[in-house]
Design a protein around this ligand. Structure first.
Ligand code: G3P
Length: 287
């Protein structure tokens, strides 16, 4: 049963509909699911093909992605399901939008993931104008978040998510959860309607602290949802302490939110590395 005082929406981070089915069964609820090229390439059906040395054509890869999200839709028809456009460093706004429109037609609760880059933000602005739901992915800094809040001012409530990837910051010795804390503060100052989706979760404490901080959404790998269920879907107490003594703090940055979004520094090395990894994993499936 969903804990009564749980306000944060819980998503599954996976490219496997079987995990969605199982998580929905043991949690008795699931508010949504996030996918990306890496997670799709890890789907057991594709992974088996790749292990046999078989690859798919570009069209077959997209068809497989579509079939996968349509299966997820059957399990959580009222949840939000994020589908990510293919984007490398050279992908234009127009190319992202063309993919977005096709992907958006796959299921009625689709939400399109665009990278937090100049081209990705431009594509998201047009998508928002055209009524699509978006999820800005690969966010690693407060400046990137501020740019999104300003660029997506016209988004209606529920139309835009922003996904800071906290685990990848932890991986390199920075306290990723502090990014969530700071971004929530900036969101309040910017009076933005963009919802914060804590992503790249590595452990149960990330989930609990995201709930404690009031992250709107948190997307969680299957094994951590399982661990949470085994612990009786515990909730953080009022005095919950998140301890990360070995991680470098990420101090809050006071930013001028009256600036146009293009004035913020959108570069972050992890955004670039993240795009490269998604590209590589997508290409690993394609002939
Ligand atoms: O939803 C984002 C997530 O899939 C990224 O997680 O573990 O690859 O950093 P990770």
């Amino acid at each position: 049963m969903k804990p009564k005082n749980l306000k944060t929406k819980i998503f599954l981070d996976s490219g496997d509909p079987k995990e969605a089915k199982e998580a929905f069964r043991f949690l008795s609820f699931l508010d949504g699911q996030t996918t990306n090229p890496t997670l799709i390439s890890k789907n057991p059906e594709v992974a088996k093909k790749l292990a046999r040395g078989e690859k798919l054509s570009e069209r077959e890869t997209l068809n497989f992605y579509r079939k996968t999200v349509q299966e997820i839709f059957q399990i959580i028809p009222r949840g939000s399901i994020s589908i990510e456009v293919y984007a490398d460093k050279t992908t234009t706004t127009e190319k992202m939008l063309a993919q977005a429109k096709e992907m958006y037609s796959w299921i009625k609760n689709a939400r399109i993931k665009f990278p937090t880059t100049i081209e990705g933000i431009k594509a998201a602005q047009i998508a928002i104008k055209e009524g699509l739901r978006v999820n800005m992915t690969l966010c690693f800094s407060q400046e990137q978040a501020a740019a999104i809040f300003i660029a997506l001012k016209k988004a209606k409530k529920g139309q835009a998510f922003l996904s800071p990837f906290i685990g990848r910051l932890d991986d390199r010795g920075e306290n990723g959860m502090e990014l969530i804390k700071n971004i929530l503060k900036i969101r309040k100052e910017a009076k933005s309607k963009v919802e914060i989706l804590t992503a790249s979760v590595r452990k149960l404490e990330h989930l609990l602290y995201a709930i404690y901080l009031g992250s709107d959404i948190v997307t969680v790998p299957f094994h951590i949802l399982k661990e949470w269920e085994k612990k009786g879907l515990i909730m953080p107490s009022k005095n919950f302490q998140y301890s990360a003594p070995d991680l470098k703090p990420i101090p809050y940055q006071k930013l001028d939110l009256n600036l146009p979004w293009g004035k913020f520094n959108l570069y972050h090395s992890l955004t670039e590395i993240g795009l490269e990894k998604f590209t590589k994993d997508w290409k690993s499936m394609v002939k």
